[in-house]
Write a protein that binds this ligand. Structure first.
Ligand SMILES: Nc1ncnc2c1ncn2[C@@H]1O[C@H](COP(=O)(O)OP(=O)(O)OP(=O)(O)O)[C@@H](O)[C@H]1O
Ligand SMILES: [Mg+2]
Length: 312
């Protein structure tokens, strides 16, 4: 579809939703909706709930801009519904969305493709009570994560043996599958991807030392350095492995790959986000702006990539 045809379409910006990241999605969705209207598109906000199919029909939505984070939005479920309804949508399709939101499955693909990711083990919730911490053979320090959350929800860094069982239980509150990963000591960086191009790298330096929910969404809690202060050769390698990770998982439209670099500066992929935060101060828009792409232009470029993916 060309720009001109999108200008005649009714665009629904799908936001909010049912996940724990609902509030962040509302911020993302509102910023995108405003930007699209300013660009001359007929975009309207759609708050996603279980009656979303009915809402889309009632509002005669012809194109969906998916601005949802987490489960029922970033995990392939909404994408599957839109495929069935025949409504073109932005971003990744069903399979890539489902894979990226499931950290254990995503890591399996990365490993198969030879893309560096920290060593890991995984447990099911019922195993936590039956032995739990004793089943983990990786050495400390470790990071314990629910398989399918975002915004650092349910994640703990474990430095002492006696804290491991509690961290597993905490992650088990959010998911029945739990990922235990080697802690990489070094710099945290993130690589935005727009239409198969890796954007400039942002270095993330949280004041607390841990990029948790508070550090992510409270102004002044984290310093963002653009471009990241890493040697040129490692910088290029990080962009390259990020793009490879994005492509290996089958992503489209846009994404953001989170990495840790170790003390030698070697990058490891820790997380691939198919619908990164998109408020005007979020990381992908920051990287795009540094590359000369304004927020409005970014929203428009993602919109113009809207399609049905299953039939193509
Ligand atoms: N292996 C690791 N080594 C060191 N720190 C880590 C590791 N894995 C995660 N972290 C820290 O925990 C944070 C959250 O981890 P991760 O990106 O996997 O989770 P998320 O909740 O899905 O994030 P997002 O908000 O990007 O969806 C990271 O930003 C990083 O600060
Ligand atoms: Mg992350």
């Amino acid at each position: 579809m060309k720009d001109s045809s999108f200008k005649k379409k009714k665009i629904g910006v799908l936001m909010g939703g049912l996940s724990r990241e609902r509030e962040i999605s509302l911020r993302t969705g509102k910023a995108l909706c405003k930007a699209l209207v300013e660009k001359g598109y007929e975009a309207c906000p759609i708050d996603v709930d279980r009656d979303i199919a009915g809402k889309l029909i009632k509002k005669k939505i012809e194109v969906a801009f998916v601005a949802l984070h987490g489960r029922y939005g970033e995990d392939g479920t909404i994408q599957g519904m839109l495929e069935l309804m025949g409504i073109p949508y932005t971003g990744s399709g069903v399979l890539a969305s489902a894979l990226c939101l499931h950290k254990i499955m995503a890591k399996k693909i990365l490993l198969l493709e030879g893309i560096p990711t920290p060593p890991s083990e995984h447990l099911r919730r019922e195993e936590i009570e039956r032995g739990g911490a004793k089943k983990i053979s990786l050495p400390l320090p470790l990071v314990v994560k629910p398989a399918r959350e975002g915004s650092t929800i349910g994640i703990s860094i474990v430095k002492k043996e006696e804290d491991l069982q509690g961290a597993l239980k905490e992650a088990g509150r959010y998911d029945e599958e739990i990922l235990v990963e080697t802690f990489i000591k070094g710099k945290e960086i993130t690589v935005g991807i727009l239409n198969d191009i890796a954007l400039p790298i942002i270095e993330i330096a949280p004041k607390s030392g841990f990029y948790d929910y508070r550090s992510k969404y409270t102004k002044g809690e984290t310093e963002y350095i653009l471009p990241a202060r890493i040697p040129r050769e490692k910088y290029l390698a990080s962009q390259e492995i990020s793009l490879r990770a994005y492509q290996a998982l089958g992503c489209s439209g846009c994404g953001r790959v989170d990495l840790m670099t170790d003390e030698e500066g070697s990058p490891f992929v820790i997380d691939v986000n198919t619908m990164p935060g998109m408020t005007e101060t979020s990381l992908l828009p920051k990287a795009a702006e540094f590359a000369g792409i304004s927020f409005g232009e970014l929203a428009e470029r993602i919109l113009l990539g809207a399609s049905l993916k299953i039939e193509s």
